[in-house]
Design a protein around this ligand. Structure first.
Ligand code: HH2
Length: 280
């Protein structure tokens, strides 16, 4: 795999592991819904994450937690655009977490450098959006839709199926004309996966890394961490989330998407020093 990820005007170095800080401009995200739903609060929060060492800021205006309803692109844009505009151009690349092409393109025009699509560019309009710009693209695996994805998800071998799906969807983008250097893949922890599926994906993340694209993992504060630790309140799942980030790094993740940036940066610094040579 190349040592950098090409995202618009940025060539993001992938060693040490990049910490992507989550900026949810939503009233209903599972762990921080409403805490910075107002754009000014979100901008301040995002600047704080950059100061804490985030290498990417991921701005999202639609919750995709299990069971959530879709938000209209107009409403989503109203939430995210002022935040993207205020943060760009800045020293830290801005990513937009969206499934909607019109949101994606408006944000790129406002300065975003990465399109993070939890639908994995299944919508042809999102492929066109990727072709209309030079932003980096995150292809994430999700089984079905957020509304229904946790209803008895099944795979014969979750890692093989997810890696295959990611390989096919990344190849479709390349065939359409997106430069492979712009693509990163993500197994979609919690998106149509049981506890055991999530654990197996972390355990065998190396098989996803073998696709040859940078690997992004988002495990931060998710339900499976609550199940394993008994910590019900998502914001209190920091220790479990750090463990997940280190395991992901050990098994080949190049980018970790997290809420608790300062703690993750410190944990990864220790891991890199001791064990970084042994990354998957
Ligand atoms: N997880 C969430 C949202 N976007 N993007 C990528 N690439 N990978 C992920 O694992 C991922 C993602 C869900 O987490 P969060 O943004 O905290 O919650 P919500 O969807 O409720 O806003």
């Amino acid at each position: 795999m190349a040592g950098t990820w090409q995202c618009g005007r940025f060539a993001i170095p992938l060693t040490p592991v990049v910490v992507m800080g989550i900026v949810n401009v939503t009233p209903d995200s599972f762990s921080d819904g409403g805490t910075h739903a107002d754009p000014d609060a979100a901008i301040d929060f995002a600047r704080g994450l950059a100061g804490d060492g985030a290498g990417i800021l991921d701005v999202g205006g639609e919750s995709t937690r299990p069971g959530s309803d879709e938000v209209s692109p107009a409403e989503e844009l109203e939430r995210v655009l002022p935040v993207v505009r205020a943060l760009s151009p800045g020293p830290v690349p801005v990513s937009v977490d969206t499934r909607h092409a019109e949101v994606a393109l408006a944000c790129v025009r406002a300065g975003a450098s990465i399109l993070n699509d939890v639908s994995g560019f299944r919508d042809p309009a999102m492929v066109d959006a990727a072709l209309d710009c030079d932003a980096g693209v995150v292809v994430m695996h999700m089984l079905g839709e957020p509304k229904t994805m946790q209803q008895e998800p099944r795979y014969d071998d979750v890692v093989v199926r997810v890696a295959e799906w990611l390989g096919e969807h990344a190849a479709a983008l390349v065939d359409a004309g997106v430069a492979p250097e712009r693509i990163a893949v993500d197994p979609g922890i919690g998106f149509g996966k049981t506890l055991e599926h999530n654990l197996e994906l972390l355990r065998r993340l190396d098989e996803v890394a073998e696709l040859g694209y940078p690997v992004l993992v988002g495990a931060s504060r998710k339900r499976f961490i609550g199940t394993l630790t008994g910590v019900e309140v998502p914001a209190e799942r920091v220790a479990g989330s750090l463990a997940a980030a280190l395991i992901a790094a050990r098994h080949g993740a190049n980018i970790v998407r997290v809420h608790d940036v300062a703690a993750t940066v410190d944990a990864l610094a220790v891991w890199e020093a001791v064990d970084g040579e042994r990354r998957g």
